[in-house]
Design a protein around this ligand. Structure first.
Ligand SMILES: NC(=O)c1ccc[n+]([C@@H]2O[C@H](COP(=O)([O-])OP(=O)(O)OC[C@H]3O[C@@H](n4cnc5c(N)ncnc54)[C@H](OP(=O)(O)O)[C@@H]3O)[C@@H](O)[C@H]2O)c1
Length: 276
């Protein structure tokens, strides 16, 4: 599986499994666990989760999915902004590590901006990094101005910014994505299928049919064709997990890229970062 480099020099896979909404329904738990295990069996090398998802239950499901495997995937988790103080970040990370059943989270993100000064959260991240409890740190839902501010306190070490980015929400392309690309900071595209809404788009369906793939595969392949962009679709269904993984072998030709630009025009001016 292709990977990209974080500013620290560490590698991060360009494709992972999302886990939002997992753990929220006890009835769905078995299917969610099965889908994650199946994705790992197919070779997906990364899982994205957060302490927020199911208030910790998603991390527990991830922990169960990776337990006993020869190779554990690259793990991404996130701290709630209201926990992101110097002490709170460290305590939240310890709880996440326990739920995940691992000694290290590979990439630990501030889920969105809250009231804590950024420098304080970065200090906590550095402490966790020095203690080997996280590999890299980063942020989520940060627009370009937030990234500029972060750059003043992050010692050049921010690993990634995870934001809402997909064919139907191309706002980040105007300035945020170029800003990140210039600094070799990968953009993790969350809700890459716009939570399934994108797949009902008639133009996407037509183009996918012509390209010999499914709408989900086309939407994911379009993201994965961009340098420094990582996609983390979520599915609790085996067949869809497989379908999404197979997006990695779909090629976006220049003609296909142009047709997608026509159906989903790129931004012509700055749009504030959207958030789900
Ligand atoms: N940092 C943040 O603030 C933030 C915010 C949102 C999401 N995220 C992360 O990004 C991940 C992905 O985003 P998301 O879960 O919001 O949305 P998404 O991955 O765009 O879409 C997930 C939805 O699409 C369906 N789906 C998945 N693959 C499909 C396919 N091939 N065909 C048809 N339907 C398909 C899923 O249903 P089934 O499960 O039934 O297949 C689910 O309802 C999250 O799970 C989470 O890890 C982060």
């Amino acid at each position: 599986m292709r990977s990209c480099k974080l500013p620290s020099g560490a590698s991060m896979p360009v494709f992972g499994l999302g886990t939002w909404r997992m753990g929220e329904s006890a009835r769905a738990r078995a299917a969610e666990l099965d889908a994650l295990r199946y994705g790992l069996d197919l070779g997906v090398p990364m899982i994205d989760t957060a302490e927020m998802y199911g208030e910790g239950v998603a991390e527990e499901i991830v922990g169960e999915a990776i337990r006993g495997r020869n190779q554990r995937p690259f793990l991404v988790s996130k701290v709630y902004p209201h926990n992101a103080s110097r002490k709170g970040t460290i305590a939240a990370c310890e709880r996440s590590l326990k739920r995940l059943g691992v000694e290290r989270i590979d990439l630990y993100l501030l889920h969105w901006r809250g009231g804590t000064p950024l420098g304080e959260t970065v200090e906590a991240f550095m402490t966790l990094r020095d203690a080997g409890k996280i590999g890299d740190f980063g942020v989520s839902n940060f627009d370009t101005d937030d990234m500029e501010e972060l750059a003043g306190v992050d010692h050049g070490l921010t690993g990634s910014n995870q934001v809402l980015y997909c064919l139907s929400r191309r706002g980040p392309e105007f300035d945020l994505l170029p800003w990140l690309q210039e600094r070799s900071i990968p953009l993790m595209a969350y809700s890459p299928l716009d939570q399934g809404r994108l797949l009902r788009n008639a133009a996407l369906k037509d183009l996918a049919r012509e390209a010999g793939c499914t709408p989900a595969q086309l939407a994911l392949a379009w993201l994965l064709a961009k340098p420094g962009v990582v996609a983390i679709p979520k599915s609790s269904t085996r067949a869809r997990v497989k379908e999404n993984v197979e997006a990695l072998s779909v090629t976006i030709t220049p003609a296909l890229a142009a047709a997608l630009d026509k159906a989903f025009p790129p931004p012509r001016r700055k749009q504030s970062l959207e958030m789900l």
